[in-house]
Structure formats: C-alpha cells, structure tokens
Design a protein around this ligand. Structure first.
Ligand code: CO6
Length: 431
C-alpha cells in the first residue's frame, strides 16, 4: 500500500521543533490536498499545516501538546485510500530504519535546504516533485501558487512542468528518512529556595523558548551598546503636519516607526558589515536588507515580523508593510515566512515611554536598535546672533552590536549615521 509520511515541517531557519497544538483530523478521515491537518506552534508563530496529498489518515503518531523535532513523522496517509494495517510502533520503526516505501520530506540533495530557500513554504510533495523533475530552486521560487497565501500546490508545479514540455511526474516511492533534530538544551538552574507563600509560575512554551534564545544570544555574541541623542524636531513637525493627509490619501496611519525604519535601511546599505551574520570564522554580508520590527502582542508576548528589502521601499511602502505586519502580529495571522530572514532588528521601546536600553541581538543578526521616546526638551541652539535655548523634540537611539565583528568605531559611526538621517529629514517632502 502506498503511503505518505507527514513530518514536522521546517518552519524557520533556527526552529528545530514545534508543538502540535491541534489536530484537525483523526485516524480514518479522508483528506484532500490542502485540507488542514494540524496546527503547530513554534517559538515565534503558530501555523496551520495543510495536507500535501489526497488520501486517508491511517496513523497519528503524536497527540496534541506533543513537542516534536523537525523532520519527525507525525502521521501517515494512505494514498490508496485504504486503512493501514501496521501498528503505530511498526510505522515509526519502519521510518527509522528507512524501510517504509513512502514519499518523505527529507532526502539527500532535497530542494528543501533552508539556507538556500527564500521564505516560501513548500509541501513535501511539491519538493519531491521538484526534485524528481529537476525543477531548480529558482524555478520553484518563480511558480505562482494558487493555494492559501500563495502556496504552491501540486497542480501548480505539475502545470509548470507541463508548460515546460516535460512529462507530468508521478511521486515515486522513496525511503523515508528521519532527522535527529537537536533539542534546545536547558541548563540545570541554580537552586532556588521556595518559601511558604512564594508563588510558583510554570513558564509557558513561548517564554521558555524566548529565555533560551536570550541566553544563547548573550553567550554567542559579546554585546556592547552605544547611545546617541538625535534632534528629530523637523521630522516630528513634518509627521504631525502630514498625519491626517497621509491617512486620507493612503488609508494608513503614519507614525515615527516607518521613518526610523527608512533611516535604518539607508544606513545599513552604507554599512554592510552591520547587515551581516557570523558563521564560525566567516562573516556573511547579507545581500538583502530585511528589517525586523519588534511588536508587542496583546497576550504579552513579543514577535518580530520582517520588512523585506526595506531599502527598496519608499516611506509609503514601509508604512503600509509595517502596519500590515503589526496588525497580523497582534491578531496571530503572521505567516512563518513573515518572521524569517531578518538581518537587523528595531525595537521601539519609546512606545512604553522608555528612553535608553540595552536590547539583546536576535541571532544570527549582529545588531539591534532601540528607539526611545521622542520628548520635548530645552536645547542650546547656535544661531548667527548667538546661542539660544529652544524647545526641541529629542530622542535617544541605543544600538547593541556584536563586538566580535563590530568595534566601537563602526558601531558608533553607523548609529550616528541613523541619527543624522533622522535629523536631516526633509521637511518639504511630499506625501
Ligand atoms: N516616541 C514618541 N512617540 C511614539 C514613539 C516614540 N518612540 N513610538 C510610538 N509613538 C507614538 C506613535 O507615533 C503613535 O502616536 P500617534 O500617531 O500620534 O497616535 C502612538 O505612540 C502609538 O504608536 P504605535 O505603538 O501604535 O505605533 P508605532 O508605529 O509607533 O509602533 C510597533 C509600532 C509595532 C513598534 C508598536 O506598536 C509596538 O509594538 N511597540 C512595542 C515594541 C516592543 O515591545 N519592543 C520590545 C521592547 S523590550 O526592547 C526591549 C531592550 C528590551 C528591554
């Protein structure tokens, strides 16, 4: 009987496991391609995973709330529409020993190499077909998907292959292969005495993952933080003057964040070393400038959607994308791809009235900017007729950076450049 293993998909570059929060199907159910199978939660985002094939669910190997490594088999679908007779243990064992004749997500030279892929999600079946039919990664990326959220479906890739003049492929049976994905290691904590009356709160999954990432980031890269002050009076006046007209014209509210993002993207283009990652003894200068924006969610969690190719967008484009992503973040509607690929992060703790901070780098990036609250302050201005004290709009910008590759001179110059760009904002800019 031909069967298909549903495995825990790769949901992000650094994501190695996910929790099955809900099964939408049960054993014996008939499913069609693109029917939702289960919901998975990772450290950053919750996703619904559709079926890549038509068939009958014969085995469900993990219950809800199970934490499962990427690549592990979660369920088996019979492609012939027959109930499978083997037991759960047998299926798992077959998978481990690479005997099961199933189509698997993982295979040698698979197109699913997260280092090479952009941020699109491809079902195991689509990837298998692509491999069988020698559809390159670039070609795969160019196919317009008709599935939910533009997902490439089986029929899309088959149509693409047909148009190329290639015979329509049949997904051939291949040995399944499971990955031994590493589990995030948590060190034994220092003993803590719990007294009578102390409250004990169990950390939820997201909190544990955030905690692990923060500890890892601090361990991996020695952080230093530099701070500059910027006089942003001109841009504040421009924003306040154009706020209503902007909203009327574009249907989107403009805050200071898009202006910060625009300045950051321009500065990153001038300082490529800040838009990089460290890989062992190598520094990888990232081609794309993808700016992550920390968004506070109503449930108290934090998520960082990414404005892709921010330097190629104008202020209107950045504003629209920022508002779209922030709304999606707050309503749990972000796609996995929308939180991946960031090359730099901005956290606007000015939203909480904070002025200066020491943010922690989101690995594998090498720097993060915190924008403080813009406040009116008395300032000394030099004028042709002498110094005067004036009321100005000022803010602090705090940049944490990875001292392994960014020294104070570079970090300081980059930070000052952002401040200069904000201070030199063209108040005559048309909307
Ligand atoms: N100064 C002055 N006024 C501000 C500022 C600053 N820095 N930031 C926002 N605002 C104003 C903003 O212009 C809006 O004013 P009006 O347009 O006049 O109504 C208003 O405050 C509300 O802005 P909002 O937050 O809704 O929108 P904004 O585009 O500025 O920010 C966001 C979008 C998604 C970044 C924001 O909503 C958010 O989620 N901020 C929190 C980010 C966060 O939690 N960061 C992690 C902090 S922890 O970094 C950290 C160092 C460690 C501790």
């Amino acid at each position: 009987m031909a069967s298909f293993n549903i495995v825990m998909p790769k949901l992000g570059e650094s994501i190695q496991e996910g929790t099955i929060t809900k099964w939408f199907v049960k054993e014996g159910d008939t499913v069609e391609e693109d029917d939702m199978l289960f919901e998975v939660a990772t450290d950053k985002v919750d996703s619904e995973i559709p079926s890549p094939v038509d068939g009958v669910i014969t085995k469900i190997l993990y219950a809800e709330d199970s934490l499962v490594a990427v690549g592990e088999v979660l369920a088996v679908i019979s492609l012939d529409g027959e109930q499978e007779e083997t037991s759960t243990e047998e299926v798992a064992e077959e998978t481990k020993t690479e005997k099961a004749e199933t189509v698997s997500e993982e295979s040698e030279n698979s197109v699913d190499d997260s280092r090479k892929l952009s941020n699109r999600f491809y079902s195991p079946l689509v990837k298998t077909i692509a491999k069988e039919e020698n559809v390159s990664l670039e070609e795969l990326e160019s196919i317009e998907g008709t599935g939910a959220g533009g997902r490439v479906q089986k029929k899309d890739i088959l149509a693409y292959i047909e148009n190329k003049g290639t015979a329509a492929p049949v997904a051939k049976a291949q040995p399944a292969k499971t990955t031994s994905a590493p589990v995030v290691e948590r060190k034994a904590p220092m003993p803590v005495s719990i007294g009578a009356g102390d409250a004990v709160i169990e950390m939820d999954r997201v909190r544990k993952l955030i905690a692990d990432h923060m500890v890892m980031s601090k361990k991996v890269s020695p952080h230093v933080t530099s701070v500059v002050e910027a006089d942003v009076t001109e841009l504040v006046l421009w924003r306040n003057k154009n706020k209503n007209a902007f909203q009327e014209k574009y249907g989107d509210k403009i805050t200071f964040m898009p202006i910060f993002t625009e300045a950051v993207a321009a500065a990153l283009a001038e300082y490529p070393l800040v838009n990089s990652s460290v890989d062992g003894d190598k520094i990888i200068l990232k081609k794309d400038i993808n700016v992550g924006i920390a968004v506070a969610k109503p449930d108290g969690n934090l998520i960082v959607p990414v404005i892709k190719n921010a330097e190629q967008r104008n202020l209107i484009g950045i504003t629209k994308e920022l508002n779209r992503l922030a709304n999606a973040a707050r309503t749990n509607k972000l796609e996995p791809a929308e939180i991946q690929g960031g090359t730099f992060t901005i956290t606007n703790f000015g939203s909480f009235g904070n002025i200066i901070g020491t943010p922690i780098i989101s690995q594998p990036q090498v720097a993060i900017l915190a924008t403080g609250i813009i406040e009116k302050k008395p300032a000394v201005l030099e004028t042709p007729s002498g110094d005067v004290i004036a009321i100005r709009h000022k803010m602090y910008l705090s940049l944490s950076y990875d001292h392994r590759i960014i020294d104070g001179a570079l970090g300081g110059a980059f930070l000052r450049r952002i401040a200069d760009l904000l201070e030199q904002f063209d108040t005559n800019r048309a909307i």
